[in-house]
Ligand binder design. Structure first.
Ligand SMILES: C[S@@+](CC[C@H](N)C(=O)[O-])C[C@H]1O[C@@H](n2cnc3c(N)ncnc32)[C@H](O)[C@@H]1O
Length: 253
């Protein structure tokens, strides 16, 4: 990694040039998903995420975005990091007849639950624990690494490591995460949602929004990880609530 003039530890989620208001719309508070003392609650939130994403057809929509990145590979090797429940990997395997998918998460209980289901015995799936900041694979082993709705869980130094590791272990790293709305819109969206924090799912959703990285932050993280990384951001303009930020990173090395 290289060092830059700004302090990566203190980089705002809106990026080094974030406005005064944007810098206030963030928090160090952890989501339940990030805590080690609430295992049952974590499992419930992961199951709710899976149910919601299945109900709205999000797994398949995300899978289309993922598969668009490997159209030129006949038998793509795809690594899903931070899989949580395995819903995206399952959709990838259904929608691509020859893709090989490694389904991973840092959370042992999530990996155990995925391995105990259909993906555990799927002939083209491998289920295992993996930390997105320290990928256990040789350089260039995968055609694509994918990290969905997860980057915001990591503080800037670790998020930068995901860029370094994802582009080392795979030809391309695809990050899909919550978009960080322009500050005023963000404020208007957050205010009415505040009372909902009593519900664990919404507690985490609200914190996620406050921790989402903006386009400028994503560029800074990639640059900090390795100036040789090229970043293609698919959503840089003002966005409607709920539309994801898509970032595709690859390294010239
Ligand atoms: C909000 S969930 C997203 C789950 C799933 N990708 C989805 O879109 O519904 C975030 C996931 O990231 C995982 N995670 C957090 N830090 C991680 C890390 N360093 N490496 C791999 N996974 C991580 C968590 O365990 C959790 O399963």
């Amino acid at each position: 990694m290289t060092t830059e003039t700004f302090d990566i530890n203190r980089m705002p989620r809106g990026g080094p040039d974030a406005s005064w208001l944007d810098r206030r719309l963030e928090t160090d508070r952890l989501e339940y998903l990030d805590r080690d003392d609430v295992d049952d609650r974590k499992r419930k939130i992961i199951r709710s995420l899976d149910r919601g994403e299945r109900f709205f057809g999000i797994h398949r929509k995300l899978a289309r975005i993922v598969l668009d990145e490997v159209t030129d590979v006949r038998e793509p090797k795809i690594l899903e990091l931070g899989s949580g429940h395995g819903g995206l990997s399952r959709a990838l395997l259904e929608m691509h007849p020859t893709a090989d998918v490694t389904v991973t998460d840092i959370e042992p209980a999530s990996v155990a639950a995925i391995a105990a289901g259909d993906l555990g015995s799927h002939p083209r799936a491998t289920v295992r624990e993996m930390d997105a900041t320290a990928i256990d694979a040789p350089d260039g082993f995968y055609d694509l690494a994918v990290f969905v709705q997860s980057l915001h869980h990591l503080p800037p130094p670790l998020a930068a490591r995901v860029f370094a590791e994802g582009t080392r272990a795979a030809a391309k790293l695809l990050i899909i995460d919550l978009s960080r709305p322009p500050s005023l819109l963000h404020l208007v969206m957050l205010a009415p949602a505040l009372p909902l924090v009593i519900f664990p799912y919404w507690h985490d959703a609200l914190i996620s929004s406050l921790r989402a990285y903006g386009p400028s932050a994503l560029r800074a993280l990639a640059r900090y990880a390795d100036p040789a990384i090229t970043l293609d951001l698919r959503r840089q303009a003002a966005v409607l609530p709920g539309s994801p930020q898509i970032a595709v990173a690859s390294s010239a090395r």
